[in-house]
Write a protein that binds this ligand. Sequence first.
Ligand code: UTP
Length: 290
Amino acid sequence: MKDVRKVVIPVAGWGTRSLPATKNIPKEMLPIYNKPVIQYVVEEAIRAGIKDVIFVTNRDKAVIEDHFDYNLQLEGVLERAGKEDKLKIVRDVAEMVNIMSVRQKKQLGLGHAILCAKELVHGDPFAIMVGDDLMFGGIPGIGQLIEVAMSENMPVVGVMEVPWDKVSKYGIIDGEEVAPGVYRVRDMVEKPNREDAPSRLAIVGRYVLTPDIFEYLEKVKPGKGGEIQLTDALQMLAKDRGMMAVRMSGMRFDAGDWAEFLTANVYFALQDEELRYELLGLLKNFVQFQ
Ligand code: UTP
């Protein structure tokens, strides 16, 4: 397989679980401690050696692309005020990655969002990182998948073990473990009932795919609400071409879930030495007060 140099990050969803916060702000721009959600995702891609980012956006998401571009007016203000440290922070974000974007004009599901990126992917193997799924700790999540995709020359999905009562929220794989944490995928099923689930290995928001996925996405019949499911296309690709799954190490936060979003905020704030003690003190007082 050729090197994986591009990542598609779909960010075109409505973010209804996060309303009213997301009425006018994209979910991906909500802050986790001092950075927007999307910056953590892009930084994970960079750590895995990816520099070309394709955002799948909608008309209200231009602010995401702007975040990774220069803001000359702000830079001028910071320069004149002698705030060199802040100037470096905002310039570094602008210089992180090359940005391309394509609009998903109708929100017809994750599979449809990926299909919108077909022309920009341009026949190369590529990564997908779901724009509201955060992975931390150890080797960058998407890097774990790239390693297996290159060595096996096959598409790879990232999976994590979820409790049995949560399997109905995910795509679940049926696989044979061929090395510790590495599975050959036999089949997969989207949001199964607990009793029908072949395992509790849930597909999370990281994939390394080959461009033939687009042929399958074009064949997928729209399901509920006209949505085109990525899992349906992955299932066909796995049957015809073969597919691997990697049980990802590290922690995961779904930024669209309030409990996980808030936990991620505390997690990152606690990594900051200066803030750590102040925050712990305030939380302690707060718990005592409850
Ligand atoms: P989610 O279902 O988590 O996101 O989709 P959502 O639809 O924005 O949020 P809720 O469920 O209404 O709160 C997973 C990812 O796929 C993108 C979303 O932006 C998110 O990053 N997505 C989803 C699209 O780009 N287009 C779609 O049509 C659907």
